[in-house]
Design a protein around this ligand. Structure first.
Ligand code: AMP
Ligand code: MG
Length: 490
């Protein structure tokens, strides 16, 4: 009986796009967590998935009817250096389903064993990074940010060899697609113009159907990716998210956040923050992200060049489309900042006021998430200023700013309660705090205790609600968290 309504399209593309490869079975699959709501939305039966046949499938021990497992080919710029062949070295795409909202979605097993693209490495994933990706991607979804999703995490019963031996796991990841900027680069670098066109047609039909009927569909495709990435990166900045490894192979053409290796959220606000141990020069620091997104999109434009026009006209077209990134990013970011302060996007002085607050926060090592969340209270009752000013090394820096803020709030003419509730709907109380994520991973990996994972996941599924019983998860770490380090999710 077919349990999963597969409807695969990527595997219908030409041979060079992928290699057929079944997942490698694991010793002792055990379900850690199933995302039942997501499963139901994908047209899958959650009870079947949670049963032994479903868990075997989620671990890669059996291939379900209708699946056509493949490892996809892609290239990418890693920290600025072009690698002509990366590809899915430890992930297998089982196939696609059309979900209840009519959206086509990939079902991929990450950590499913070696593929012809595993250059070095075992094709496996360790439990810690799998739990991190599960938790953070679901937190991003709850925050309302486009992202790949986590369908399930399964323990393999095997150890993976890293610096030490670690328990292994497989993540079932769901994505609009796994087409990356690096997928286009893979074919462009080989001079395979026909494959670039085929991929562009596929991406157009799948992610930008409205662009297919534009006068210049491939220009409309690039324009669409530019627009989605500009908005995506703005939404990251507005919640303090640092992706950590914005290589071109980790940038989705569909505009979803993908690849949660060394990602982390800001505690104290400082745009130079970079957490990743391998990002020594801060290439992918918080404040660098818009510029890096544009750099990556420029690589996409180069790959698409032959499709945009002939010769010089193509470069001109590409430059014009890339020039759309800045204004789109600025608008999304500035509108978002104004809203975070309870102000309309077109309120005169809102952007300057927001920039000034951020400068004072950086100077005073104020916690990013707590500052904005406590401003919601301050908008409602001026006595609550005390909670915000406490976050500043020099609290009078806040006081001076707040006088100007209140003047603009008055101009809005809303009731304090209405302002506060609008602000609470966009300024999260709960983000995946690094120190809690680490404690959750340590409990699971060292003690086999998944209680903290479950609890944190539940709290983060309602990030905009005050949850007094879980207030500890909203707290900032001692010392501002600047010395926190992350490692790539291998
Ligand atoms: P990532 O850091 O997940 O973006 O991966 C970058 C590249 O390294 C991709 O081609 C991955 O498939 C490959 N890779 C990462 N970890 C492993 C692993 N454990 N085994 C094989 N390949 C891997
Ligand atoms: Mg990757």
């Amino acid at each position: 009986m077919t349990k999963i309504p597969f409807d695969n399209s990527y595997v219908r593309l030409p041979d060079g796009f992928f290699v057929r490869r079944a997942p490698t079975p694991v010793a002792a699959p055990r379900l850690i967590r199933l995302n039942r709501a997501l499963a139901a939305n994908l047209g899958m039966d959650p009870d079947w998935l949670a049963g032994s046949a479903g868990v075997r499938m989620l671990a890669g021990n059996s291939v379900p009817e209708g699946a056509e497992p493949i490892a996809t080919a892609y290239a990418g710029h890693q920290f600025g250096n072009f690698v002509p062949q990366l590809g899915d070295g430890r992930a297998v795409l089982l196939g696609e389903v059309v979900d209840r909202d009519g959206q086509r979605r990939d079902i991929q097993l990450k950590g499913a064993g070696p593929t012809p693209f595993s250059r070095r490495g075992d094709g496996r994933a360790a439990l810690g990074p799998v739990l991190r990706e599960y938790l953070v991607s679901e937190a991003m979804a709850a925050l309302g940010i486009p992202t790949t999703r986590a369908l399930a995490a399964v323990a393999t019963g095997e150890l993976v060899v890293r610096e030490t031996r670690l328990p292994g796991a497989v993540l079932a990841r769901v994505a609009a697609s796994h087409i990356r900027v690096g997928t286009f680069q893979y074919f462009a670098a080989r001079g395979d113009a026909e494959a670039v066109r085929t991929l562009a047609d596929h991406a157009l039909a799948r992610h930008y159907p409205e662009a297919s009927s534009a006068e210049h569909p491939y220009r409309a495709l690039l324009d669409g990716v530019v627009a989605r990435q500009a908005e995506l990166v703005a939404s990251w900045l507005l919640v303090g998210f640092v992706h950590g490894v914005m290589n071109t192979d980790n940038m989705s053409v569909a505009g979803e956040t993908i690849d949660y290796g060394p990602c982390a959220f800001l505690d104290a606000y400082d745009p130079r923050t970079s957490f990743s141990s391998i990002d020594a020069h801060g290439r992918y620091a918080y404040g660098q992200q818009p510029g890096i997104a544009l750099w990556n999109l420029t690589r996409l434009a180069e790959a698409l060049l032959p499709l945009l026009a002939d010769d010089e006209a193509a470069v001109e077209a590409a430059e014009a489309l890339l020039a759309g990134f800045g204004p789109r990013f600025e608008k999304a970011y500035h509108d978002g900042l104004a809203h975070k302060l309870g102000l309309s996007a077109d309120r005169d002085g809102a952007v300057a006021l927001a920039d000034d607050l951020l400068a004072r926060m950086a100077e005073n090592r104020a916690d990013f998430t707590l500052t904005f969340r406590r401003l919601c209270d301050a908008a409602e009752r001026p006595e609550a200023d005390a909670g915000v000013r406490d976050l500043f090394v020099d609290p009078t820096e806040y006081d001076a700013w707040a006088v100007r803020w209140r003047k603009l709030l008055d101009e809005e003419g809303r009731t304090p309660a209405a302002t506060a509730s609008a602000m609470r709907a966009i300024n999260p109380a709960f983000i995946p705090r690094n120190h809690h994520v680490e404690a959750m991973i340590a409990a699971a990996v060292e003690q086999g205790d998944f209680g903290p994972f479950e609890e944190l996941l539940a709290v983060l599924s309602r990030p905009y609600d005050d949850q007094p019983a879980h207030a500890c998860y909203a707290e900032a770490p001692e010392g501002g968290g600047a010395d926190y380090r992350t490692f790539c999710g291998t």
